[in-house]
Each structure stands twice: as structure tokens, then as C-alpha cells.
Design a protein around this ligand. Sequence first.
Ligand code: MG
Length: 162
Amino acid sequence: MRIGFGTDLHVLRVGEGLMLGGVPVPCGYAFEAHSDGDVVLHALVDAMLGCAGLGDIGEKYPPSAIRKGESSTRFVTETLALLGKAGLALVNVDCVIDLEVVKLGDTKKVIRASLASLLGLDAACVNVKAKTAEGVGAVGEGRAVSAQAAVLAMRVAPGEGE
Ligand code: MG
């Protein structure tokens, strides 16, 4: 068994919506980012890379390797393929979204389904939590949104080259 952990934060600007876990969330803000700024997927990719000992998202996807505004789902599907090559299969995923500017409510369930679909997991193996920051700090003051993700993976085959 291997665990991985990842975090991300992006600054907000005035805009027409946030992409969270591959799900568009309409609101008066947008992410300041080179990609779509999806903090949930970025934290998830770092957790996935972490469980396989494969470094971090900044090494795999420097700004020069990202098209402006592109969907972060590509990073997830490519990283999933890397885990497959490493002989690892995801078991479950848990994540936290820290945001003050919009109430997610039932959107959490949509994000859960989106992550499950992206990862090829049953929705029961994916959990999405949302928290506010009690009005303090960059998240609490509505200047940023952050996310954390933890994944568990198990070895199902020898990794390539092992
Ligand atoms: Mg990011």
C-alpha cells in the first residue's frame, strides 16, 4: 500500500466561475492561473505523484507545458497512466476544498462523481469535503481557494523496469 498527499492554492480574481474537481462552479470569481486553476485536481495530481514517488506537479507540468486556460483533467488522466506504469492502482481518494466565496452544497456530490469518473473509481471510494476559513487568511478573506487531497494506492503489478 502507498499513500500520497497533495495541496494547492490559487488566487482569485473577478470572473465568471471556478473549475473545481473538473466541475464548473458559477460565481463572481475566477482563478488566476496558467491552466484552469483547478486546485482540487492539482492537489489530487500531487497526491497521486506522491504515492508513486514521482515528484510533483510543477516538475511534470511547468507553465511551458500548459496551454493557457487548459483543463486540468489532462494532468489527472496522464498521472493515472503513470501510476499504471508503476504498477499501482488507486484504492480511495479523500479531499478538502477550502473556500469562502461560494457555498458548494450539493455541488460536492457532483465533484465526487466527476473525480470518480476521472479516476475510474466507484463514487464510494471518493470523498469531497468543503470548509470555510472563518473569515481569516487569504481563503477566509476571499482572495484564494485551496485544496488538499490524500490518496491510497496498492501495488497490483510490478512497475515498468522493476
Ligand atoms: Mg495549481
